[in-house]
Design a protein around this ligand. Structure first.
Ligand code: SF4
Length: 166
């Protein structure tokens, strides 16, 4: 079972959502990290590069940008309601990129709320991320059936709402 950034975010919102997503995962094996590495090397990469797809992890980064010589991987969110899970998702991307030798920081932007925060991988984050990946893999592998739905504040905007509640 392969964990990706979207699954980490979903798991932190609702484990059932992560379970449902995990049953539709793609297994595309293109090496998109090389593509990012090449992008960083390009002198033409001056402003923003939008929609970077990390195919190995079925994850899409909204854009990457350079500021004062620092590379930022950015996610655009609709609201701060899912900020905590969004930070975890972004840290997971930073962790993956870091493992590939690509040093960068994260940026979460919420245009509607005029919020822009920087996210950095801290010293103990790697261990926390590994633990969480193990926890998610164990959860997804040990549950043959989807967990029963539980009404939470995120249900109304969840794409599985009708599946869960009708
Ligand atoms: S509708 Fe609610 S219970 Fe169902 S997957 Fe979404 S968040 Fe979870």
């Amino acid at each position: 079972m392969k964990v990706n950034g979207s699954l980490i975010q979903a798991y932190n919102i609702c484990p059932r959502q992560a379970w449902l997503m995990s049953r539709q995962m793609s297994s595309n094996q293109n090496n998109s990290f090389l593509e990012i590495g090449r992008l960083i090397d390009q002198t033409t990469f001056k402003r923003e590069k939008k929609k970077i797809y990390l195919a190995e992890f079925a994850a899409e980064i909204d854009f990457i940008t350079l500021k004062n010589g620092n590379l930022f991987v950015a996610e655009i969110k609709k609201s701060s309601r899912t900020m905590a899970s969004g930070i975890k998702q972004l840290k997971y991307y930073l962790y993956l990129l870091n493992k590939k030798g690509i040093k960068c920081k994260g940026l979460i932007k919420i245009p509607k709320e005029k919020i822009s925060i920087t996210v950095e991988l801290k010293e103990n984050d790697e261990a926390l991320i590994k633990d969480e990946i193990d926890e998610i893999v164990a959860f997804l592998s040990s549950n043959d059936d989807a967990p029963v739905p539980k009404k939470i504040k995120f249900c109304g905007k969840c794409s599985y709402f009708e599946f869960c509640w009708s």
